[in-house]
Design a protein around this ligand. Structure first.
Ligand code: ADP
Ligand code: MG
Ligand code: MG
Length: 251
């Protein structure tokens, strides 16, 4: 079975009942890279949030199967332990918890689930340190409290550090390219490409061709009014880049 199989997914804002997702179909197999593009407000971020179980949204219909298991009734933490990763959109600051401690806790929770012994701080340092270097982050970053006073660029690098340390079968990356300069974008793309194996997959949301030139998608989807209305290869992205969304024929 596919890694992720979404069928007829509808979802609403819990508080108001306003429908946002209007019947999403999406299949992602092992080793595939998918990109979702679409105008502002088309429901891209909501889709990723619903997939990870964000509490503001309610699934009102359809199915989400991840590794053949129904995700809809699983808590966000269970989804994450099952191998679904999402970069934190509005990361919370956690006073008194360093980045290092936070990552070590996340890694040990997964090791415990797999019946592996917990890593000690020294052992973990030797794992995390080369990844910090690869992302060209200051090692002092590990001692800082989670998300405290991060710049936009640091936040993005931190999200990818979390992904590379924690690992994932499916990573949902929502606009990891927003607000990054070209060098930072390249570091992040290299890190993501370095994580790809024939077993794991990425779903990325972007407005920009430049990200898709660095992380090459197997499929590009266009989302509009809460649905995926077109799927194709990376030539769709080129077409949008050149002629805008209006240039896409919706057959
Ligand atoms: P995109 O990521 O494609 O720009 P979003 O998924 O963020 O779009 O939003 C899709 C639509 O749903 C927008 O009109 C947005 O205002 C609305 N929406 C999303 N989340 C909420 C929410 N929690 N409360 C009210 N409206 C929301
Ligand atoms: Mg938006
Ligand atoms: Mg969005």
């Amino acid at each position: 079975s596919p890694l992720l199989e979404v069928r007829g997914l509808t979802a609403s804002v819990k508080e108001t009942g306003q429908q946002i997702l209007a019947g999403v179909d999406l299949t992602i197999r092992e080793g595939e890279i998918h990109a979702i593009m679409g105008k502002n407000g088309s429901g891209k971020s909501t889709l990723t949030k619903v997939l990870v179980g964000h509490p503001h949204y309610e699934v009102t219909g359809g199915t989400i199967l991840f590794k053949g298991e129904d995700l809809v009734d699983m808590e966000p933490e269970e989804r994450s332990l099952a191998g679904l990763f999402m970069s934190f959109q509005a990361p919370i600051e956690i006073p008194g918890v360093s980045n290092f401690d936070f990552l070590l806790m996340a890694v040990n929770a997964r090791r415990e689930k797999s019946g592996l012994p917990a890593l000690g701080p020294l052992e973990f340092y030797s794992v995390v340190s080369p990844k910090v270097d690869a992302l060209k982050m200051d090692p002092k970053f590990l001692d800082r409290n989670v998300n405290e006073g991060f710049s936009g660029g640091e936040r993005k690098r931190n999200e990818i550090l979390q992904l590379s340390v924690i690992g994932a079968d499916l990573a949902l990356l929502d606009e990891i390219d927003s607000g990054l300069d070209v060098d930072a974008l390249e570091d992040i793309a290299n890190a993501v490409n370095g994580l790809l194996t024939p077993k794991n997959s990425v779903l990325m949301i972007t407005h920009y061709q430049r990200l898709l030139d660095l992380i090459k998608p197997s499929y590009v989807h266009i989302m509009e009014s809460g649905k995926i209305i077109k799927t194709g290869d990376s030539s769709i992205a080129t077409q949008i880049n050149e002629g805008g969304f209006k240039s896409i024929a919706l057959v």
